[in-house]
Design a protein around this ligand. Structure first.
Ligand code: ATP
Ligand code: MG
Length: 243
């Protein structure tokens, strides 16, 4: 994946949430975004996803500028997979229908094509037994794996994940992290917001720490976690690694 951010600013009213962020990665298969709560990680991810407009600045993904107007944005959104923290499945639909519905309504697949894609994806993640259950009948980990299956059913090159395990207990976290690792192994690129530092260190080839809307640290994981340069990073890591 190639991702270029140039002087990206996002303000909500008088509040500057992303403050002139510039970043360029190329040939990276997993970029992890870490940092303290409120630092702007989700906002930045949503801007890359095309779900939020930057106030100013420019972004390009895989050499193509992200154009922040309706038609182009719709195409951009459709081309990537996104997974959020939790509760992003339709509660009244089965796991299978949660996957087939957007394939039909958003991606223009026929019902038969959608079903085939959805079943293949669920099958690959050992979720076929749960295809006809509604979210409330699934464990948290199963629910999040269905959400990930939905995001990648369209076979996107780039998948954006925002704290996909933060609502899960440790055992469920493990099964979801394994799945994310598998997605990476099959050649998809990840932009991952996570508080799982060990996972970020193992999976990412670049890590950026976002604090108060600015990138306080950027580099390969061994450098960011092993020899952080900025005091913000040192304080953050001390705090999150204490437990
Ligand atoms: N729609 C919005 N309107 C106003 N302020 C917002 C909006 N979305 C986010 N913010 C503010 O922007 C700042 C950054 O929020 P963001 O959700 O990006 O942080 P984060 O790094 O993802 O935090 P966390 O780790 O807790 O998820 C916060 O101060 C938040 O209150
Ligand atoms: Mg967030």
């Amino acid at each position: 994946m190639k991702l270029e951010l140039q002087n990206v600013v996002k303000r909500f009213g008088a509040h500057t949430v992303i403050d002139r962020v510039s970043l360029e990665v190329d040939g990276v298969h997993c970029l992890a975004l870490i940092g303290p709560s409120g630092g702007g990680k989700s906002t930045l991810l949503r801007i890359v996803a095309g779900l939020e407009y930057p106030t100013s600045g420019s972004l390009a993904l895989n050499g193509r500028p992200i154009e922040y107007h309706d038609d182009a944005l719709l195409r951009h959104r459709r081309s990537i997979g996104t997974v959020f923290q939790a509760f992003n499945l339709f509660p009244h639909l089965t796991a299978l229908r949660n996957i087939t519905l957007p394939l039909e309504k958003v991606h223009g697949r026929t019902a038969a094509e959608a079903r085939e894609l959805a079943e293949a994806t669920l099958g690959r993640f050992q979720l076929l037994n749960h295809a006809h259950k509604r979210p409330a009948e699934l464990s948290g980990g199963q629910r999040q794996r269905v959400a990930i299956a939905r995001a990648i059913a369209i076979k996107p090159q780039v998948v954006l994940l925002d704290e996909p395990t933060s609502a899960l207990d440790p055992e469920m976290t493990a099964e979801v992290l394994e799945l994310i690792e598998e997605i990476k192994r099959e050649g998809r690129d990840l932009l991952l917001v996570t508080h799982e530092m060990g996972f970020a260190r193992r999976l990412a080839d670049r890590v950026a720490l976002l604090s108060e809307g600015r990138i306080a640290e950027f580099g390969p994981p061994d450098q960011v976690f092993g020899a952080p340069q900025s005091e913000i990073t040192q304080t953050f890591l001390r705090r999150v690694l204490r437990y």
